[in-house]
Ligand binder design. Structure first.
Ligand code: HEM
Length: 142
């Protein structure tokens, strides 16, 4: 990620932070709508889950300028997710629900540049998490 993209992710996330609770509700509603089968993997009461997700996202967003500082946490998180039943193919679904939520939360602030910075950030994070949890995969042919 470029320093400009990191800035865009951090600035846009700070605008969503004050509405983190609503954003988390939107996120899980969207996720369970587009991927109903995923719902059974979560506890019935996801109140605590919402808080943890937003706290982790905040930590990742803060850590972006110093990626190596967040990689151990991301690696452990990815490995715990294997036990939750997460599969590599779930990551893009979660990513698109996350970007959809940010788009709703940011309104006019969701510019093409912000969208592509978030796409990049989620791509880096999820690619790392997938390879930590399931092992490196060959890159898809162009
Ligand atoms: C970058 C992507 C993701 C982030 C940042 C993230 C973050 C979190 C966090 C912070 C928790 C709280 C529990 C813990 O810390 O271990 C959690 C739990 C959970 N996540 Fe994720 N997650 C991600 C991707 C996914 C994916 C792809 C799935 C697959 C459907 C998933 C399914 C779950 C489930 C089922 C739980 C609840 C486990 C339980 O409490 O029984 N997550 N996630």
């Amino acid at each position: 990620m470029t320093p400009e993209q990191i800035n865009l992710v951090q600035q846009s996330f700070s605008k969503v932070a004050p509405i983190a609770d609503q954003a988390a509700v939107l996120f899980y509603d969207r996720l369970f709508e587009v991927a109903p089968s995923v719902k059974a993997m979560f506890p019935a009461d996801i109140t605590e889950q919402r808080r943890k997700l937003m706290a982790t996202l905040a930590a990742v967003v803060n850590g972006l300028p110093k990626l190596e500082s967040i990689l151990p946490v991301a690696s452990a998180l990815a490995k715990r997710h294997v036990a939750y039943g997460a599969k590599p193919e779930h990551y893009p679904v979660v990513g698109s629900a996350l970007l959809w939520t940010l788009e709703k939360g940011l309104g006019d602030g969701w510019t093409p540049e912000v969208a592509s910075a978030w796409g990049e950030a989620y791509g880096v994070l999820s690619g790392f998490m997938i390879s930590e949890a399931y092992g490196p995969r060959p890159q898809a042919a162009e």
